[in-house]
Design a binder for this molecule. Structure first.
Ligand SMILES: C[S@@+](CC[C@H](N)C(=O)[O-])C[C@H]1O[C@@H](n2cnc3c(N)ncnc32)[C@H](O)[C@@H]1O
Length: 282
């Protein structure tokens, strides 16, 4: 039976229910929500309760747990996680990528496999793709960029590859012209940038939960971007993820993490090259 809809006065989330949400979210996504996040979690969960016409947080939790389709779970994790991203975020990594790709190209490498592990709405994988095409040229190599995320909502934006003017700040005029179609929406007058097929066809999208390795990919990967997602995980989830990335990287392949993240405290043979950049020795 469908839950009732309309204007709702929601019940407050009690501490026991908050803990039950935290445990369930951790189990399902590896995302750790600490004490002190009660109001943030309640506000985000409240959106989903309203969308489903449920007034009691405990009843909503039971509803998500019972939903065999998994759709509400995806919606709830979407509401909980932060999807902030932008083109060429933490630019030093793109300079680094440029350098390593040029080196491999000069050695005659023709096949490239890059994994963007928490791709969010696509700005990161498309920034990687622009860098790849700039360095390696179009059609000259066999290149694939795998873009994964736990959220099907962000992956939809990623797949569509359409961005408003405000999202394009860090994309140079040259790159805009080379890699995007610029259109004005007739109805709203808003300018939209759509990624061109040359860029779009390099990127492959898949839903993947980083907290549940092993992953179905075989590798080897040349470069893995796993940035600004490990901050949501505890040390156990992080360590399992880093070990899996290690397995998937080729010897001499690189792992980029967010600039506020590090592999400190994780037992891994990966070696630090410079801040937030690691290499698999080989
Ligand atoms: C803050 S964004 C970072 C996006 C991008 N990597 C960047 O640095 O700009 C974090 C992303 O991680 C995703 N995420 C959170 N938990 C995840 C999990 N367990 N598995 C895969 N992706 C996850 C979120 O959906 C979100 O899109």
């Amino acid at each position: 039976m469908d839950p009732p809809r309309g204007a709702l006065t929601l019940k407050e989330m009690d501490p026991k229910t908050f803990r039950a949400f935290c445990d369930f979210i951790y189990e399902q996504s590896g995302i750790t929500l600490k004490e002190g996040k009660e109001s943030l979690v309640s506000a985000r969960i409240a959106k989903r309760m309203r969308a489903n016409g449920i007034v009691d947080p405990r009843a909503y939790l039971e509803f998500v747990m019972a939903d065999r389709s998994g759709r509400e779970l995806v919606e709830m994790i979407d509401a909980i996680s932060t999807n902030l991203t932008f083109f060429f975020r933490e630019e030093a990594h793109f300079d680094m990528l440029r350098g390593v790709l040029s080196g491999w190209r000069d050695q005659g490498q023709l096949t490239y496999r890059i994994w963007c592990a928490a791709a969010s709405t696509g700005e990161e994988p498309y920034s990687i793709a622009m860098t790849v095409l700039d360095v390696l040229g179009e059609g000259a190599t066999d290149t694939r960029i795998l873009a994964t995320d736990i959220s099907t909502r962000v992956l939809k934006t990623c797949t569509e590859g359409v961005y408003g003017e405000n999202r394009m700040r860090n994309v140079s005029a040259g790159y805009r012209q080379r890699f995007f179609e610029r259109n004005k929406d007739r109805a709203t007058g808003e300018v939209r940038y759509t990624v061109k097929p040359s860029l779009r066809e390099l990127v492959f999208f898949k839903r993947l939960n980083l907290s549940t390795p092993p992953f179905p990919m075989r590798g080897p990967m040349d470069v893995v971007f796993c940035r600004n997602v490990m901050i949501y995980f505890d040390q156990r989830v992080r360590a399992n993820l880093v070990n899996e990335i290690y397995r998937l990287l080729k010897p001499g392949g690189y792992l980029m993490v967010g600039h506020s993240e590090s592999l400190a405290g994780i037992a891994t043979p990966l070696e630090r090259v410079c801040p937030a950049t690691y290499i698999k020795p080989g």
